[in-house]
Write a protein that binds this ligand. Structure first.
Ligand code: MN3
Length: 229
């Protein structure tokens, strides 16, 4: 692969994004899989050296994929046996590992070895939301450099406001999994229950679960599934 070449169009990541509308992170059985890198490990030299890329991809990202599979297995197992404290613990681990898997998969496909510029629709949206491409670069640069400890700078699309937005993410997750589309949410801030339920959050949650509109959840599920084509 020549030093000046950009990503071939048939690489696994661009294929996934183009054909499915999303990165494919699981196999047909629902097990997490780590796709091959869309380039060889020297492709990003000298900007990103081969050894760093190797360790990062194989052990950091690879470890997260293995971890996510183990977490999911444990969640299913303990859910079956009703050990809910174990389910809680493994859910936290899954948030950590799966978020790492999602973000690393996007990261590899975001990189190439020559200078490119945003064009067309993306450029228009950048100009609308940030004023200019230079503003966006200054903004993502600032928030990425000032992450406290480990983390990520993230440019995302916020469908609720139909705009681009920047996020500063500490660690990978803060108990979220990137890309999840919310279907059902339960507000457990104290303001949601304190007047009536006082300190009894559990009682409030039990009550809310009796009044869920599952037809609304189902509609959201149908809409969310369309995201994956
Ligand atoms: Mn990493």
């Amino acid at each position: 692969m020549g030093g000046a070449s950009i990503l071939p169009i048939n690489n696994v990541f661009s294929q996934n994004v183009t054909e499915n509308g999303m990165d494919k992170l699981v196999d047909s059985n629902g097990n997490f899989i780590q796709k091959s890198l869309p380039y060889n490990k020297t492709f990003l030299e000298p900007h990103m050296d081969e050894e760093t890329l190797h360790l990062h991809y194989e052990f950091h990202h690879g470890g997260a994929v293995k971890g996510a599979n183990k977490d999911l297995e444990n969640i299913k197992k303990h859910l079956q046996s009703g050990e809910m404290d174990q389910v809680d613990m493994w859910t936290r681990k899954l948030a950590y590992h799966f978020s790492s898997h999602v973000l690393h998969s996007i990261f590899w496909s975001n990189l190439t070895n020559k200078k490119t510029q945003p064009k067309a629709e993306l450029l228009k949206q950048i100009e609308k939301d940030f004023g200019s491409f230079d503003n966006l670069k200054a903004y993502i640069s600032k928030i990425s450099k000032s992450v406290e400890g480990s983390g990520w700078g993230i440019l995302g699309y916020q469908p609720y406001s139909q705009s681009l937005t920047l996020l500063q993410c500490e660690n990978h997750q803060k108990l979220t999994q990137w890309g999840v589309v919310p279907l059902l949410v339960i507000d457990v801030w104290e303001h949601a229950y304190y007047l009536k339920y006082k300190n009894k959050r559990a009682e409030f949650v039990d009550t809310v679960l009796e009044i869920i509109n599952w037809d609304n959840v189902a509609e959201r599920f149908v809409t969310a599934k369309k995201l994956h084509g």
